[in-house]
Design a protein. Sequence first.
Length: 197
Amino acid sequence: MATAQSQYGTKPETQAEKPIPAGVRIGHVHLKVSNIEKALGFYRDVLGFEVVITDNQSVAFLSAGGYHHHIGLNTWESANGKPPPPGSTGLYHTAILYPTRKDLARALERLMEHNWPLDGASDHGVSEALYLHDQDHNGIELYWDRPRDAWPKASDGSTTMYTRQLDFDSLMAELKDGEAVAGDERLAANRLDQQKL
């Protein structure tokens, strides 16, 4: 049987003999940060997560929608620390899934309101994504998934992915019904050279 080719490679023919249950998901991420107050300034104030509990010194737990926590932050081993140097292993990014395309547009609007820079922005066929870093240079992906029946398919019917330029105008048009949309000058300032992604 032929494998499905995409720009990311091929789908391997060999899979786990006993696959993990389909309902398993990533529950939360716990990040080492250099300063709790600065970290809350990003995850609470810029992204809008709710603080569940914090001691305001060394640890904080944040969530969306009343869950016990989606994000943990601590300085237990990293107070006043520096980001790992380039070439180091570690977490590439934390991906935060938004329920709808309109919610992702609101997230982009929030970033622009806080003048938070983007590192990248892409349409992957299965999803649309914004890429950035937090105050400690931890990689962040903000994204929404297209409905499964809209995901691109290879010739053998398997799901495939690609990286194309994100259509900022189309994304921000999600906010047109009575919601303020960022000025063209701020949107233009956040546009990226997609050839680098």
